[in-house]
Design a protein around this ligand. Structure first.
Ligand code: ZN
Length: 282
């Protein structure tokens, strides 16, 4: 039985929202410095995540990396770890709480507790123009998780092996020598690169729509710490229809790593781990 509405229901709904984490005290990244370091930077490596597969890449602190669309519209699922300690990894939920549902230029990928420091800073986003569309959709979300075989099995009884979750596991295992079982717990919620998503206004459901990305579009990052990254070219392709199958048209994604221009980062230091003393009241 539905409960009756209270007499002041409209008044309670009309209460204005308060931003949970006002971000005007977040340290401001020195974007001009990062961009100077990137202009004329030397490319040191390049890797392709093939369609429906993932690839790993390493980026030393102070280097930059670029994820590019090539050949056709394609969404990528990005995991980041501290290259020297895989227990420090990207924290999608806290990055969302700090910056909002989608990340763009000047915003950061933050790491898990107890580290909570910037891992990477977005220094250019060629899809920044997209903004927020009429459906509440935007690009590069931190609201999804990553497509995975368990949810497909739950909802449809399927056994599909090229979801981003599995692709990331295989890539991490190949890169580190871990078994698949050892690698799986390190795979975490992603930055959905180039994916266009939101929540429906009426039911609050997670939606996706065709990504506006086109070949040549790219997302550029500054590595704040030594990074191991893994990028999966999602089996959803541009995510206009379905994922967790081989139905959608899929394309590779390119990752390039760049060394900074000599001297451009003078005075810059890799961020230290979070300053909380860790005693938790004991
Ligand atoms: Zn996926």
């Amino acid at each position: 039985m539905l409960m009756p509405h209270p007499a002041d229901a409209d008044a309670r709904r009309a209460v204005k929202p308060v931003i949970c984490y006002p971000n005007d005290t977040l340290p401001v990244p020195p974007l001009d410095m990062y961009r100077r370091a990137f202009e004329g930077a030397e490319k040191v490596s390049e890797v392709f995540a093939p369609a429906r597969e993932a690839a790993c890449f390493r980026v030393p602190a102070g280097h930059m990396f670029r994820i590019s669309s090539v050949e056709g519209p394609q969404v990528g699922d990005l995991n980041l770890w501290n290259a020297n300690d895989l227990s420090e990894r990207f924290y999608s939920g806290k990055s969302r709480a700090l910056h909002g549902t989608h990340l763009t230029t000047g915003e950061r990928m933050w790491s898990s507790f107890p580290y909570l420091r910037p891992m990477a800073t977005i220094i250019e986003d060629t899809l920044h123009w997209y903004g927020m569309d009429q459906y509440g959709g935007s690009v590069h979300d931190v609201i999804g998780t990553r497509c995975d075989p368990y949810t497909g099995n739950l909802l449809a009884g399927s056994q599909y092996h090229h979801c981003c979750h599995s692709n990331l596991i295989r890539a991490l295992a190949d890169e580190t020598g871990m078994s698949l079982a050892e690698a799986e717990p390190f795979v975490h919620d992603v930055l959905n690169v180039f994916m266009c998503t939101g929540f429906t206004r009426d039911t609050g459901q997670y939606f996706m729509k065709a990504s506006p990305v086109r070949p040549g579009d790219h997302l550029d990052f500054f590595a704040e710490i030594d990074l191991l990254g893994a990028l999966s070219a999602c089996p959803g392709g541009d995510c206009s229809s379905e994922h967790s199958s081989d139905t959608a048209a899929c394309y590779p994604l390119k990752v390039e790593v760049f060394a900074p221009v000599s001297g451009a980062l003078e005075g810059w230091e890799s961020p230290t781990v979070n300053g909380y003393d860790g005693t938790h009241g004991r």
